[in-house]
Design a protein around this ligand. Structure first.
Ligand SMILES: [Zn+2]
Ligand SMILES: [Zn+2]
Length: 276
């Protein structure tokens, strides 16, 4: 049975806590087929020195890839975020020949930058007490418009953690936003993913953080399936070794119950399928 975790951070990401070797040992202990190292590269984060940490991570992946060759496959990737909010110039600062997978994410929005300029991520509104439901709704709408741009135009393979703000707004903040309010734009995002033959990620990080919900949740994955979407990757978004692959077995069961038969991983930017 194949298990691929396509979204993992190491200590080369500013918020990552594990060395790659720790993830490797954990992956072998769990019997994973493979995992992808996808360090952060947030274009809109002020002063975030993207470049050196990604290159250093790529070098480490290349080094350990061979060492672990017979035990677990290690793929090299980048989580490229906030592409159209920052100074994205399409020129990668790493050698693309080294890259297996590019995740496309959105971590911030113009609204966040206006009201919480010191925080490029959602952590400030994380406890939900800082924001009203109406603010959360506007934030979600703006966020999804950025995701749509990413799905329509960005040079990426996968759209990651589609409902990311909900982990904070509903998970931590209990605002109770109803995602079905955003159905029209979600449908546009799904259509763009399908049209461009990208993959949609099932992000399972909520399972490690005690919020038992996938991003996106089952109802949205069923909608994606109904519209013809079949390409799915799964990612734990682990920032420490104990989080590796957490929630992925549950995600596989859920996907199978919807009708999905295959999962995907990427090698040299090419999608590969495996039986769920
Ligand atoms: Zn992310
Ligand atoms: Zn991530």
């Amino acid at each position: 049975m194949s298990v691929y975790d396509c979204h993992v951070h190491t200590a080369f990401s500013f918020d990552g806590k594990a060395k790659l070797s720790e993830h490797c040992e954990r992956a072998v202990a769990l019997g994973l087929s493979g995992f992808a190292v996808t360090e952060h590269n947030d274009y809109a984060a002020a002063g975030f020195s993207h470049g050196d940490h990604v290159r250093a991570s790529i070098a480490e992946v290349n080094r350990l890839k061979e060492q672990y060759e017979k035990r677990v496959k290690i793929f090299c990737g980048v989580e490229v975020a906030d592409i159209f909010l920052g100074s994205y110039d399409n020129t990668p600062f790493y050698e693309m020949k080294d890259i297996d997978i590019l995740l496309g994410s959105v971590h911030t929005s113009a609204l966040i930058r206006k009201y919480f300029p010191e925080s490029p991520v959602y952590t400030l509104v994380g406890n939900g007490r800082n924001v009203t439901k109406d603010f959360g709704r506007r934030l979600m709408e703006q966020y999804l418009l950025e995701v749509l741009k990413t799905a329509e135009k960005a040079e990426v393979d996968v759209i990651a953690h589609l409902t990311y703000p909900l982990r904070y707004l509903n998970g931590d903040g209990a605002l109770g936003l109803d995602i079905s309010e955003f159905s029209p734009i979600l449908d546009q995002i799904f259509s763009a993913i399908i049209k461009r033959d990208l993959s949609l990620e099932v992000n399972t990080s909520g399972y490690f953080k005690g919020w038992q919900e996938f991003m996106p949740p089952e109802a949205l994955l069923a909608r994606y399936y109904a519209l013809g979407g079949r390409n799915i990757t799964m990612g734990s978004d682990a920032h420490q070794a104990e989080a590796l692959a957490v929630g992925i077995p549950e995600a596989k069961q859920m996907l199978k119950s919807i009708g999905f038969t295959h999962g995907s991983f990427y090698q040299n930017r090419k999608r590969q399928s495996y039986l769920l």
